[in-house]
Ligand binder design. Structure first.
Ligand SMILES: *Cc1c(COP(=O)(O)O)cnc(C)c1O
Length: 506
């Protein structure tokens, strides 16, 4: 018996799974909004938000969630966040305006990232909290302000943490404290912030500990900070099967050593390097291996013991010191709340015998910052075969097959995008599809809401960006509307009773 082909099965939210199983609804959606199309599930977003909120409610009395808007440009997600009563983290004048337009009072808006003169002039006086990146910015706010501007100070350069381009380094803190003290009337100093682009919890715990030290120092300067902002960075869960993921990566590493069939396009190494008979390095796609859900990661962080505080946990020390804990989750809130659907144009063979499946979307619309996405796209079955019923066995998740021919059996392919650029390969690793796709088939890219849709998308060759469509389920029936027109209603809460209702809380 031949072993089953290596696969990277995607975890799907039950609602997304049900939508894809409702094959006629998928087809009707693509007919109505065109292909390719990004589909967003605001109810899944609301569920993610409720989960993180539950952990924070349980562990720390004082907390604030700021949804990191840059993860996705969707207005529907912003509307759900606003309706749920949380805050928002924006990083451009356009995101700020979008948040205000979606109903956020400016006091519920926190502004992060680098800000130049124009943006600062715009922000000062609005009441939004400015998460200050550097000393120039801090000094400039003090010069521009008529009344006290709420500010957080972003810190970086923690021991054992990779260098960051953001934040104030430890050896410049004295200057920062002097500025804050000198301009108390213009700078309402709330506290310290960090954001680590890391899956390492220990780094976050060390950073939190460093912030506690700074809070103490600030008191020495006569300041009274009350906030520590621990940023975002909670990981997503992409894979449905960690063992199969590991098995795929094991075979990929073997193939890079020249053992077994090639599994990478044009000799791509994915960040590995080969040294003699071994493969070394951390692959660019390592985040796709995570299996711990974000609420669990957050709980682990909050319950981590702090050695410098008698082993008390992050949550306990924050509580005992009457600190408010701010978080800025992005990808954790949109995990499983979006998919992207594209149409297969044709398949072709290349000079080295590789099989390419061409689709009507490009890499940058389904890939964050050019990172390789390590979950298999799902090939949907045709709506109806010529006998009027959908053929069994081609549901992408369970490739059953009667005959292992090239047309009906599993097939290893690379997915190619629509741009005339060599680099527009949506997968540089081999993907096993249950059968050879036919022109017109739909291919679904799972879990694309976090950065995959928007972070790198360009309008090369004048291709229009894919439309964004909100998909909701009410009473078991799916409804679709343009993302910009989505309004959360009581049905969102009815489908997920744990979603907190509007309460005016910040
Ligand atoms: C991007 C960003 C976030 C969100 O990060 P995730 O990893 O998506 O949770 C939070 N804070 C800041 C300052 C950011 O730049």
């Amino acid at each position: 018996m031949t072993p089953p082909p290596p696969t990277l099965p995607a975890k799907l939210h039950p609602m997304v799974r049900a939508f894809l199983d409702s094959r006629d609804t998928v087809e009707a959606t693509v007919s109505a909004f065109g292909s390719p199309v990004h589909l967003l599930f605001p109810q899944v977003y609301a569920e993610n938000l409720a989960r993180l909120r539950e952990v924070l409610d349980r562990r720390v009395p004082g907390h604030r969630i700021c949804y990191a808007h840059k993860v996705n440009q969707s207005r529907a997600f912003v509307r759900v966040a606003e309706r749920a009563g949380v805050s928002i983290d924006v990083s451009s004048p356009w995101e700020w305006a979008e948040a205000v337009d979606a109903g956020f009072g400016s006091a519920r808006i926190e502004v992060t990232g680098p800000k130049g003169e124009t943006f600062l002039r715009h922000l000062v006086g609005t009441g939004s909290t400015i998460n200050v990146d550097n000393l120039w910015e801090l000094g400039r706010i003090a010069e521009l302000a008529d009344a006290a501007v709420p500010v957080l100070l972003r810190i970086s350069g923690f021991d054992g943490t990779p260098i960051s381009r953001f934040g104030v380094p430890p050896h410049r803190m004295d200057e920062a404290f002097d500025l804050l003290r000198a301009h108390r009337d213009r700078l309402a100093f709330l506290g310290f912030a960090f954001h680590l682009d890391s899956g390492e919890q220990a780094e976050r715990v060390r950073a939190f500990d460093a912030c506690l030290g700074l809070v103490e120092q600030a008191y020495g300067y006569g300041l009274s900070p009350s906030v520590v902002n621990i940023g975002g960075g909670l990981r997503q869960v992409f894979t449905a099967d960690a063992d199969r993921f590991d098995a795929y990566v094991g075979l990929l590493r073997e193939s890079l050593l020249g053992r077994g069939a090639p599994m990478s396009w044009a000799g791509n190494m994915f960040g590995y390097h080969v040294d003699g008979a071994a493969v070394h390095g951390v692959p660019v796609f390592h985040k796709y291996a995570n299996t711990l859900a974000a609420d669990r990661l957050l709980d682990d962080l909050l319950t981590s013991p702090l050695d410098n505080h008698g082993g008390r946990s992050v949550a306990q020390v924050a509580t005992d010191n009457l600190l408010t804990l701010w978080t800025e989750p992005g990808k954790a809130l949109v995990d499983h709340a979006g998919i992207t659907v594209a149409r297969v144009e044709f398949t072709k063979e290349t000079a080295d015998g590789s099989e390419l499946v061409h689709v009507d979307i490009s890499r940058d619309a389904v890939t964050p910052a050019d990172q390789e996405v390590m979950v298999d796209p799902i090939l949907l079955p045709p709506v109806r075969d010529e006998f009027g019923s959908a053929p069994a066995g081609f549901d992408g998740a369970s490739p059953r097959r009667s005959r292992a021919t090239a047309d009906t059996g599993p097939l290893g392919v690379y997915i190619a995008g629509r741009l005339c650029l060599e680099r527009d390969l949506i997968t540089n690793h081999l993907v096993w599809l249950p059968r050879r796709p036919r022109p017109g088939d739909l291919l679904v890219f799972p879990n694309t809401a976090a950065y995959h849709m928007d972070l790198s998308a360009a309008a090369a060759s004048r291709h229009r960006p894919p439309a964004k469509v909100a998909v909701t389920r009410r009473g078991g029936v799916f409804h679709t509307c343009p993302d910009t027109e989505y309004e959360p209603d009581d049905a969102v809460a009815a489908e997920y009773p744990r979603v907190p209702r509007v309460n005016g809380a910040i």
